[in-house]
Design a protein around this ligand. Structure first.
Ligand SMILES: [Zn+2]
Length: 373
């Protein structure tokens, strides 16, 4: 996610604010300052309404952040890397780098967020009970109590990928022992919840409450989009689960000398072999110096190919991402997507033994799903 402002790190996890948060925070503050606060305290001056509104809005987004941190903490405790937490228009997203390896872990990670929201709703309810006689304080704590409760209930809708849907998916996985049928159920519930929200939104619009209805339609639309994307990722992930790199890799690799000029490299090595990526090493028994691919060469103007060498354009070996031959295929695929490369060198105890091309992983997945279907 690019249009994101990094504000700091918690437990090593970068926290980002997506740009869409800005207008939403402004709208929320505006409605709190001009409708909610004046309704509760008509006697207070406008500047106090605005201060209360800004503070309440900030506490609301703090609540969402704490909800996501709940997911993130439990994910980390179970050995799942959390790459970032982003706050955006629809709430927060904690991006977990790996999928849960068991239904128990998936359930605990999914349940952690709603538990935090429940705790927050209770705390604000308690504060409200204590300060209910005090103007300034009572209305914001009541609003935050209600809003956290709504956040809790919305997230418990059993539509994947909402927390309730994730918990349901984990339960189906545990009971059936089959992750794929759990994904199918998740897709179905997610779609049902999404279309349910859209239908409810339309009914609300027809009932005359246009703004609230449209909001529900937008959330439903967003949800059905995310459901499809997430469950497609889960199917791919399940298809690759437990399969090691060595089952799909290509043994052996083409090697070129570092002093090879690019014109020779292209005409004598790349074009005849059809290979896209070469290891740069000055002899067979010397360690690799780097990796040179056709896209590295393409960045050099053609008229310079007679005097620029492979070593000049290669990626130095220290910066090359590799996978071990006993590593998991799905991790390797994710690494390729992240590094935006089409192949990864495969190593065996640190020594390069072959390549893993992305297209081979994908055709492997296609073949397997054809066999299964
Ligand atoms: Zn959540």
């Amino acid at each position: 996610m690019n249009a994101t402002l990094r504000i700091g790190k918690v437990w090593g996890i970068p926290i980002g604010l997506h740009w869409s948060l800005g207008p939403i925070y402004a709208l929320l503050t505006l409605s709190l300052a001009t409708v909610f606060c004046p309704g509760s305290y008509p006697e207070l001056p406008a500047v106090v309404h605005w201060l209360l509104a800004a503070l309440t809005g900030a506490l609301f987004f703090g609540s969402i952040l704490l909800h996501e941190l709940g997911h993130a903490r439990i994910a980390q405790r179970n050995g799942l890397p959390v790459e970032e937490i982003t706050l955006l228009i629809f709430g927060g997203v904690a991006r977990v780098g790996e999928r849960a390896s068991s239904p128990g872990v998936e359930f605990r990670v999914a349940a952690a967020g709603p538990l935090v929201s429940l705790a927050l709703a209770s705390v604000f309810a308690g504060v409200w009970w204590l300060d209910r006689g005090v103007a300034y304080l009572a209305a914001p704590s009541e609003w935050l109590f209600r809003t956290n409760l709504m956040l809790l209930l919305f997230n418990l809708i059993p539509g994947y990928p909402l927390d309730g849907g994730r918990m349901l998916r984990a339960l189906v996985w545990r009971v059936s022992g089959d992750e794929r049928s759990a994904t199918r159920v998740a897709r179905l519930t997610g779609q049902t919840a999404a279309f349910g929200l859209m239908a409810w939104g339309l009914v609300t619009v027809l009932g005359g409450d246009v703004a609230e209805g449209l909001w529900l339609v937008v959330i439903g639309w967003f949800l059905q989009d995310v459901t499809l994307a997430e469950t497609a990722g889960d199917s791919l992930d399940a298809a690759l689960r437990g399969i090691t790199v060595e089952r799909v890799m290509v043994e052996g690799y083409p090697r070129v000398h570092g002093r090879l000029y690019l014109r020779q490299f292209v005409e004598e090595r790349a074009l005849p072999s059809g290979a896209r990526c070469f290891v740069v090493a000055d002899a067979d028994d010397l360690p690799p110096r780097g990796l040179v691919s056709l896209s590295d060469v393409a960045r050099v103007p053609r008229e310079r190919w007679d005097w620029v060498t492979a070593a000049d354009v290669m990626t130095p070996w220290a910066r090359v991402r590799t996978v071990d031959r006993t590593g998991e295929l799905r991790g390797a695929l994710r690494a390729m997507v992240e590094a935006r490369v089409q192949q990864l060198p495969v190593t065996d105890g640190g020594t390069i033994v072959g390549f893993l091309p992305r297209e081979r992983v994908l055709s492997f997945v296609r073949l397997r799903s054809e066999m299964a279907g």
